[in-house]
Every structure is written in C-alpha cells, then in structure tokens.
Design a protein around this ligand. Structure first.
Ligand SMILES: *[C@@H]1O[C@H](CO)[C@@H](O)[C@H](O)[C@H]1NC(C)=O
Ligand SMILES: *[C@@H]1O[C@H](CO)[C@@H](O)[C@H](O)[C@H]1NC(C)=O
Length: 438
C-alpha cells in the first residue's frame, strides 16, 4: 500500500516534503504504538489484511534497501535523504556520530522478503554464530512442535532450514541445536534484551528474533498475525534434578550469594562452595544486564529492592513478605550450559521496560564490586541507544511491529537513562571495572 506513495514521491521532491510533513503531523496526532511494555505487544492486524480502503494516514517509510538509511529518524531530527546502498540506518539521537562508528562486517546481500536485514553488512557485535541462529529462527520452517512441561504459554519447535539434513527418526529432540522456543507476544522484549546483551558485549543471552508464524502445525493462537519472540533453544542448559528447583543449575541462597561475592581472602572458602564453577566476573555481567532491564526474577524475585504494587506477582505469591528474613531468600534462573559451566546463561530476560526510574531496584547490584569493561565502556560512550537501534533494525519484524525508530525511541531512552544511573552508582561507590573474560 505504501509503495506507490514512495514511487510518486521520489519523482516530486516538493511533494515529498509536504507528504513527510503531513505524515509527521499525523504521526504525532495518532498515538504511537505502545513500546513493548504494558504486558503485551501491540495488537496488530495480520499482514494478509492491510485494509486497502483506509490507507494508513501515517505512511511509515518502507524499510527497504533504497530508503532505509534515513527513514528511521525520529520526527524532527532532520530529513536528509540518503542515497545508495551500504549506508547504515542513521543512528538515533544523532548528536555526534563519531564515537559510535563501528566497522561493520560483510554479511551477504539483502534479499527482498528477508526477515533479517543485514544489507551486506552485519553489526560487529553480532557473531557469525548469532547470525546463523537468527537466520534459522527467522526463516526456518516449523517441522514439529512440543509443549514444554509446566510452561503452557510457550512452544518448542523444530526448525528446518534450507540445506539442513532432513531430520531423522521420529523422536527428534533438539540436541542438534535446531530448535526454538516460541513465547508469548508480550515477551517480545526478550528480543530487545538479546540485542542489548550483544551491543554490551556480554554474550550471555541466547539469540532471539521476532516472527509471525503461519505454519499449519501451530495452534491458531500462534498464527493469528501477532509477532512473537522465538528464542534459540540451547540443548545443554543444566537443570537440577530436583523438580522443585529445576529452574536452576545450582542452588544459591541470597546470603550465600552475598558471602560468595566478598573479596577473596577475607572469607576463605571452606567446605561446600555453591555454584563454584561459575566465574566471579559472571555476577557483574548478570547484575549489569538485569539492572538495565530491571529483571528481578533472578537476583530479587521477592522485590525486596523496591516497593512493588499489590498486583505484582511477587506480592500476590506472598514472596515479598519474605524480605524480612533474608535467610529464606534464594536466587532463581541461575543457569549454566554443560558446554560452558563457568559462564552463566541468561534466559527469560523479559524485563520491566515501564518500571519507573524513581523505583529502580538497586538490590540487583548489591555486593557486586566488579563490572565488565566493554559494557561499561559502551554505556560511557553514549552510543548505547544508537547502537541498539541499529541492531534492532536488523530484525525487520520486531522493527515494524514496534513502529520503527519512533516507536522504539522511548524504550531505548529508558535503557540509556538506566545506564547513566548505573554509571553514577559505580562512581559513587568507587567500583572497579575489569577486563572482560570471554
Ligand atoms: C570513594 O573514594 C573516595 C576517595 O578515595 C573516598 O573519599 C570515598 O569515601 C569513597 N566512597 C566510598 C563509597 O567508598
Ligand atoms: C559467545 O558465546 C558463545 C556461546 O556461549 C561462544 O561460543 C562464543 O565464543 C562467545 N563469543 C565471544 C566473542 O566470546
């Protein structure tokens, strides 16, 4: 519906300007889609029904190779039109582009209809392995599905990608890494969390993309046109055998955790050391990541670090009351992979994008005295928002479902502000930054 607009527009520059102004005005009037938060993604109409009778009043630019580079500017940020290929989307909040310049890597060419837009280059923070997995998740054909016990709201699917060997045997499990977990539309924020993880150089969360499914194998609610996150299924995440505690790779109480974080030497480890395989620096990564996203349900599932609303799960499940007795508090979702037992793996990263700045949960940072270097440097550079925007742009489905740069802006600003709060915290507490371990 938008292509004719663009074609005419290109031929008549003054009309373009007029149309752009009109569009911006209308865009400002019509409310923008709520960014991810509020417990659900935007209810969107299915792709098959673009309602031709009522053309969108705010012609969102068509994000293809010809127009993308400049199309994602937030309103009022200038309207320079870029030409040609190979240009990257103009980075959001464009004050001084210089410190944010990175060398992109070649990554095949952009094909129309691709759900991932690398446009010949990939952001340098996405590894080749990330890109392969994102491609599998975004384009792989669903060949089977499995319910995940005790998780009614997610579905594990096996994905088949061109060129893969045909899956063999009826009981295909996911041991070969060809599966994804389809979550609820409201979990789309996990895709942003994946990009945040990579932009910060943490490399602890699992690849994720947004996708709309149409496979007849899937239940109707999965094919009704809403974007859902698909997270790569890591086949070797370790879970405790204990059915009451299978959300952890090791058991760790809050007090044990705080004890473990104390600088070595002052408290010589005697006897059993919980989660001993996990390197010390991992906790700084986790704390930084969870603070930016305000993920509570690893380090503070009881919401002890802020005053929760009565409707919060931690209140409804009577967890918050336990804050009075720290000996009862435990960490959850502390997971490692068998292939890398010294590293944490971050799953279920649905944070709290709407969590108010006045109530930020600093308990997440408690006891941490070292933080990862690359992540802190990225926060200091002031480039977090722009890099994230550039990274999210790769995921066409996420980008479009959230209203592009304008729709994502508030969310990215929130993350940047939390980053600044974190930097102030480091400074005030004289905390050190250490070189990253791989
Ligand atoms: C941080 O270091 C300064 C200067 O060394 C010192 O005055 C201040 O008390 C320290 N603050 C904390 C919280 O340790
Ligand atoms: C990122 O993590 C993956 C999987 O844990 C690992 O294979 C890879 O080497 C890591 N990349 C970097 C740059 O550390």
């Amino acid at each position: 519906a938008q292509r004719p607009w663009r074609r005419t527009a290109l031929k008549h520059p003054p009309l373009v300007a007029l149309a752009v102004l009109l569009a911006l005005a209308l865009l400002a009037l019509t409310h923008l889609p709520p960014p991810l938060a509020g417990g659900h993604g935007r209810a969107r109409s299915p792709r098959v029904a673009p309602a031709p009778a009522t053309p969108s009043p705010a012609p969102r630019p068509q994000w293809d190779a010809a127009t993308t580079p400049c199309g994602d500017e937030p309103p009022g940020q200038g309207k320079r039109r870029c030409r040609g290929e190979g240009q990257r989307p103009r980075e959001w909040g464009s004050q001084s582009p210089s410190p944010c310049v990175e060398r992109p890597r070649r990554q095949g060419s952009l094909r129309r209809g691709d759900r991932l837009r690398f446009g010949g280059t990939a952001p340098p923070w996405l590894s080749d392995d990330d890109i392969q997995k994102m491609k599998l998740l975004a384009h792989g054909q669903v060949v089977s599905k499995t319910r995940v016990p005790a998780h009614g709201q997610v579905l594990r699917v096996r994905l088949h990608f061109d060129g893969d060997a045909q899956p063999t045997g009826p009981g295909w499990d996911c041991g070969d890494g060809h599966c994804g977990l389809i979550k609820r539309p409201r979990d789309l924020y996990e895709v942003v969390a994946f990009h945040l993880d990579r932009v910060l150089g943490l490399n602890r969360s699992l690849p994720a993309v947004a996708r709309r499914f149409s496979s007849p194998i899937l239940p109707y609610s999965y094919t009704n046109g809403a974007s859902r996150p698909v997270i790569w299924w890591a086949p070797d995440v370790q879970h405790l055998e204990d059915t009451n505690n299978d959300q952890n790779s090791c058991t760790l109480g809050w007090l044990q955790y705080q004890e473990m974080l104390r600088p070595r030497g002052t408290a010589p480890a005697v006897g059993y050391v919980p989660c001993a395989s996990i390197q010390r620096g991992e906790w700084g990564r986790l704390a930084l990541f969870d603070f930016l996203l305000q993920v509570n349900d690893r380090l503070d599932r009881y919401c002890c670090g802020f005053e929760p609303d009565p409707s919060e799960p931690c209140v409804e499940e009577m967890l918050h009351e336990k804050c009075r007795n720290p000996a009862e508090l435990v960490l959850v979702h502390i997971l490692v992979r068998r292939s890398a037992p010294s590293r944490l793996v971050f799953i279920d990263n649905a944070g709290r994008p709407q969590h108010p700045e006045a109530k930020l949960n600093f308990r997440i940072l408690q006891g941490i005295d070292i933080f990862p270097e690359t992540a802190v440097a990225t926060l200091r550079s002031g480039c977090l928002g722009r890099r994230l925007l550039k990274s999210l742009y790769v995921d066409r489905e996420l980008w479009e479902s959230q209203g592009g740069a304008a729709g994502l802006g508030p969310l990215l600003q929130t993350l940047e502000r939390r980053g600044q709060v974190l930097l102030r915290y480091l400074q005030e507490h004289n905390l050190t930054v250490v070189r990253d371990t791989p």
